[in-house]
Design a binder for this molecule. Structure first.
Ligand code: PEP
Length: 256
């Protein structure tokens, strides 16, 4: 069975003191035992050490980076390498979030380089994929996602692929308040799992955590997390308040 995961993506939000209070509150109010899902805080770089320290020693919480460099080390001003993340004991990192793809023009080659560097440093990539609104309107979502898989995550060997977490995030649902319907989410998640079966094996497909992201909130998380091929969520806006994030974590906990 795939690991069930609730991950919060803070993006470029919250000041340091707010970050500390939020992590403390979420940990304090959430279930933390062997039956609970894995809960991840994907925080801005300056807060990684804080998030790592606060989650260390818990059973179910971990810190994640939102990005890393596609270069190994050296003269790349402003970049943060996978090995630097590893030196802070970080175990997860988002790769290919649609904001990185669209605003920062990250391409498949860079994303593959990032995933390989992360995996060399024993960090699990949370690889994001998803179609734009225009692509959905033209019914191209399956082709788009297949292409993203073929050129990015499917370039990994089976051994390495098995370490990756996938997040399906329809771009039109991110930050818009417009979530995919249960039917739309299940259809794509099942398509992703079948593609993994074809590329690697049924066993690999059945072990891969596939998260849904895109306006997942307190009201729709139960329906989304109950879907056969949805193994949790990547949560943006609703992860910025302890009340809503704790409720979403509890929703997953009650379904386990
Ligand atoms: C995200 O940015 O990964 C995300 C899912 O955002 P939101 O939940 O705010 O749509």
């Amino acid at each position: 069975m795939p690991l069930k995961i609730v991950a919060g993506n803070w993006k470029m939000n919250l000041l340091f003191h707010e970050a500390e209070a939020l992590i403390r509150e979420v940990i304090e109010k959430s279930p933390d035992n062997e039956n609970a899902p894995l809960n991840i805080f994907a925080v801005p770089f300056p807060y990684l050490n804080l998030a790592q320290n606060l989650t260390q020693g818990t059973k179910n919480f971990a810190a994640a980076a939102q990005n890393c460099s596609s270069f190994k080390s050296g003269a790349y001003t402003g970049e943060v390498s996978a090995s630097m993340l590893a030196s802070l004991n970080i175990k997860y990192c988002l790769v290919g979030h649609s904001e990185r793809r669209t605003i920062f023009k990250e391409n498949a080659d860079e994303l593959v380089a990032k995933m390989n560097l992360l995996l060399e440093n024993h960090i699990i990539p949370i690889w994001c994929c998803g179609e734009s609104l225009n692509e959905r309107k033209q019914n191209k979502q399956f082709d788009v996602i297949q292409h993203q898989m073929n050129t990015e995550v499917f370039t990994l060997t089976q051994d390495l692929f098995e370490k990756v977490v996938i997040a399906y995030e329809p771009v039109w649902a991110i930050g818009t308040g417009l979530s995919a319907t249960a039917e739309q989410a299940q259809e794509i998640h099942s398509f992703i799992r079948k593609s993994i079966s074809k590329k690697y094996s049924d066993d690999t497909a059945n072990k891969t955590s596939i998260l849904y992201g895109g306006s997942c909130n307190v009201d729709n998380s139960k329906e989304l997390f109950s879907l056969k091929d949805v193994d949790g969520g990547l949560i943006g806006g609703a992860s910025l308040k302890s009340d809503s994030f704790v409720k979403i974590i509890s929703t997953m906990y009650e379904l386990l």
